[in-house]
Design a protein around this ligand. Structure first.
Ligand code: SP5
Ligand code: ZN
Length: 341
């Protein structure tokens, strides 16, 4: 399979507030190294083409893009010396949501939490990650059966105007929008990361041309906490085109794959023409921040099942924090997909 990747991400490593302490983020550069190493034998690597910026404006607000592009400079200009810019105050219920002028206020306004922040190279890394998503999509539009983007930073928690959950630009949404803008009919996004893809859900919530379908840890106990319940089914024309499968802590492959089977049946029934897979492997049994019990062979089976859907497929990397094992888990999905037809 064609794999798009780049070195630009390497210097981006945010801090994250975890259990009351600021730590180097679980979302670290080594994730890509390990995955590249595990894929190198059986797959072909390519660098992305230059990002066409206009696609970002189809998914994110101009104010948010302007904020992301300039946040680091504003942080430094405000006299701060910490290597990660983070907010500490959010427009929580029932406060005003008027955008503030100060960098501290803007960091709160344009983010959903303190599990990540903005470093000197975040904008560069996030736009390169989006360029990877765009190149993967272009190659599938050009006739590839499937291609994979080693996107880092990940994207599915980024809404139209908020970063969070290690995500800044929503790579899967960018892929889906690019497909729509170039003549693809209805697009299906299948999000199998451990966490609910709240950003992708928000971006397409009122639309019926992109179906969002997510299998994830129930938000009653897991991040992102405020999005991902089964009764979130879309609004207006989008009603019925947003499908959530929240699952309990400790879920193993038996019930997880039951949810997948149902999700695939629903997607197939909605006449989807191209599939975008938000591929997180943080459902792995040894993931340090997650609670599901999937094994490496289970990831191979997931790949085979995804191939059986029999649609052109754009794979976008999301989470996965068991660094040593994640390469093998991603490889298992892609190899299973190729075996599955
Ligand atoms: C892309 C993606 O998978 N983002 C996930 C973001 C999760 N951020 C909150 C993580 C909280 C982790 N707390 C772990 C405590 C273990 N000691
Ligand atoms: Zn995740």
């Amino acid at each position: 399979m064609l794999i798009f990747t780049s070195d630009i991400h390497r210097q981006h490593h945010s801090a994250e507030l975890d259990g009351g302490r600021l730590i180097p983020s679980w979302e670290c550069p080594e994730r890509v190294d390990v995955t590249e190493a595990a894929l190198s034998d059986a797959h072909e690597f390519r660098l992305p083409n230059k990002l066409s910026y206009s696609i970002l404006e189809r998914v994110h607000t101009p104010q948010y893009l302007d904020f992301l592009a300039n946040a680091w400079t504003r942080w430094v200009d405000s006299g701060k010396t910490a290597p990660t810019a983070m907010g500490f105050c959010w427009p929580a219920r029932p406060l005003s949501e008027k955008p503030p002028n100060s960098i501290d206020g803007a960091l709160g306004y344009y983010s959903s939490g303190a599990d990540c922040g903005i470093t000197k190279v975040t904008w560069r890394a996030a736009t390169e990650s989006a360029a990877i998503a765009q190149s993967v999509t272009t190659s599938v539009l050009g006739g590839e059966r499937a291609a994979f983007g080693l996107c880092r930073p990940p994207g599915h928690h980024a809404t139209s105007d908020q970063f969070g959950g290690y995500c800044y630009l929503n790579n899967a949404a960018i892929a889906a929008q690019q497909l729509r803008d170039t003549g693809t009919g209805r697009v299906g996004i299948l999000d199998i990361d451990y966490h609910h893809g709240n950003g992708t859900q928000q971006i397409f919530y009122a639309r019926d041309d992109v179906v969002f379908c997510s299998i994830h840890a129930d938000p009653t106990f897991e991040f992102p906490y405020f999005s991902g319940h089964a009764d979130e089914r879309g609004v207006g024309p989008g009603e019925g085109f947003n499908l959530n499968y929240p699952l309990p802590a400790g879920t193993g492959f038996g019930s997880w794959s039951g949810a997948l089977q149902d999700a695939v049946a629903q997607l197939t029934g909605l006449d989807v023409e191209v599939l975008v897979v938000s591929l997180g492997v943080d459902t792995f049994e040894d993931d340090p921040i997650s609670s599901f019990g999937l094994t490496t062979p289970d990831f191979g089976e997931i790949g085979r099942r995804l191939a059986q859907i029999n649609l052109p497929t754009v794979f976008i990397l999301e989470g996965g924090y068991a660094v040593e094992a994640m390469g093998g888990n991603v490889a298992a999905v892609l190899n299973g997909f190729e075996q599955g037809g």
